[in-house]
Design a binder for this molecule. Structure first.
Ligand SMILES: [Zn+2]
Length: 342
C-alpha cells in the first residue's frame, strides 16, 4: 500500500472538529490518522497545501451517464448514488468504479425506477429504455426488488409521480417496501402530485429523492421528520432564478429541518444545467432553508476524516464554515489515498 501525508494550516474533519496545523495520513484507500500535525513517520508521498482540508463530497442523487464522471471527480465529488438508469448499463459501471484507477467517483446505484405500466419515467425523453421497470402486481413488484438486490442495488427507487402518469397501487407499494426492507435496502421515492408524500409515508418509504415542491401540511412534515430522509435537489427547481417551486420547496425543507428531519445533499446531476462536481448553489440553497453552514457540510460529505474512513478529501482555497461559496474553489481532490486533481 502507498502512504500519503497531507498537511494544511487548517482542516475541518467533520462536525465539531476544526483543527489548526492539521495532518491527514492515508494508507491505500483508508485514513490512518487525522488531527494535529504531530504524526511522526515516513509517508511515500508528502504534500503541504495552504488551504482548508475537509472530507470529499458525496452526491446522493445523480444520473451519472448524463454527466461526465471524470469532471465530477475533479470537482470534488468522490462518491455518488445513481437514482435511475438501465440495469445493464449502470451496475457494470458501478462495479468498474470501485477500482482506484477509475476516472470518476465511486458509484452506487439503484438501477431502474420501479413504476406502474406507462408511468414515469417510461414516457420521458431523458430516460433511455430500461430506466423504468414496470411492475404489474404486488408479486411482480417483490420480484423486481429481489432482482435489483441481486444485481447490487444500493437503494430501490420508486416512482410516485402522479403528474406524469399512473403510479403503483398501495398493495404494490407495500410489497416493494417489504421486499426492500427484508433485504436491508432503503426505498427512495420520487413523490410528486397531491397526496403522494402521504402515500410514501404510509407504505414505509425511507427517503424522498427530492424536496417536495407542493406544499406539505405541518402534520405531514412532523411525521416525515421522524421517519424519512430528504435528498435536497433544490436547484433543479429554479437554476438560480426565483420560481414558485423553489419557494414552496424551501418552505417545506425549512419546516422539516426545524422538526429535526435528516437532510442529505443531492443535485439530480444530469437533470438540466447542473454542473459536474460540487454544486455550490445547492449548498447555498440548503443554507437558505435554515441549515447552519456546518450542518450543510455534514449533509454533503462522504464520511468524517478519522481512522478507517475512506481516504477521500479535498482542499478548498478558503473556509466554507465562514462562507459556503468557498465550495466553488476546489484546489486538490484525493480519492482512495491518490491525488486525482490539483
Ligand atoms: Zn433524478
Amino acid at each position: 500500500m502507498t502512504t500519503l501525508s497531507v498537511r494544511a494550516p487548517i482542516a475541518w474533519l467533520g462536525p465539531g472538529r476544526l483543527v489548526e496545523r492539521a495532518q491527514i495520513v492515508c494508507d491505500g484507500g483508508a485514513v490512518t490518522y487525522a488531527g494535529e500535525a504531530t504524526y511522526i513517520g515516513h509517508a511515500d508521498r508528502e504534500i503541504v497545501v495552504d488551504g482548508l482540508l475537509m472530507p470529499a463530497v458525496a452526491d446522493r442523487h445523480v444520473h451519472i451517464e448524463l454527466s461526465s464522471p471524470g469532471e465530477v471527480l475533479a470537482g470534488g465529488v468522490t462518491a455518488v448514488r445513481d437514482l435511475a438508469w438501465p440495469a445493464d448499463r449502470i451496475f457494470p459501471l458501478a462495479d468498474a468504479s470501485e477500482l482506484p484507477t477509475f476516472d470518476g467517483p465511486l458509484i452506487r446505484a439503484a438501477g431502474p425506477m420501479l413504476t406502474a405500466p406507462g408511468g414515469y419515467p417510461t414516457q420521458d425523453a431523458w430516460a433511455p429504455p430500461g430506466t423504468g421497470r414496470e411492475v404489474k402486481s404486488p408479486e411482480d413488484a417483490a420480484l423486481a426488488v429481489d432482482e435489483l438486490v441481486r444485481l447490487g442495488a444500493a437503494a430501490i427507487k420508486l416512482s410516485l409521480n402522479a403528474e406524469a402518469g399512473p403510479t403503483p397501487s398501495d398493495a404494490e407499494l407495500a410489497a416493494i417496501c417489504d421486499a426492500a426492507h427484508a433485504a436491508d435496502v432503503p426505498v427512495s421515492a420520487h413523490a410528486q402530485g397531491k397526496g403522494q408524500v402521504e402515500r410514501a409515508l404510509g407504505a414505509g418509504v425511507d427517503e424522498l429523492a427530492h424536496t417536495p415542491w407542493t406544499r406539505l401540511s405541518d402534520d405531514v412534515i412532523q411525521t416525515a421528520a421522524t421517519r424519512m430522509r430528504i435528498v435536497s435537489t433544490l436547484d433543479i427547481l429554479s437554476f438560480g432564478r426565483d420560481t414558485p417551486e423553489i419557494r414552496t420547496a424551501l418552505d417545506n425543507l425549512r419546516r422539516f429541518h426545524v422538526a429535526g428531519g435528516e437532510i442529505a445533499y443531492g443535485t439530480d446531476l444530469g437533470n438540466g444545467e447542473i454542473p459536474p462536481g460540487i454544486h455550490e448553489r445547492e449548498a447555498r440553497l440548503m443554507r437558505e432553508a435554515g441549515m447552519e453552514p456546518e450542518e450543510v457540510l455534514e449533509a454533503m460529505i462522504r464520511a468524517p476524516l478519522e481512522p478507517d474512513a475512506p481516504a477521500d478529501l479535498i482542499e478548498l482555497a478558503s473556509s466554507p464554515l465562514e462562507d459556503l461559496s468557498a465550495l466553488g474553489d476546489v484546489r486538490t481532490v484525493i480519492r482512495g489515498g491518490r491525488v486525482v486533481a490539483g
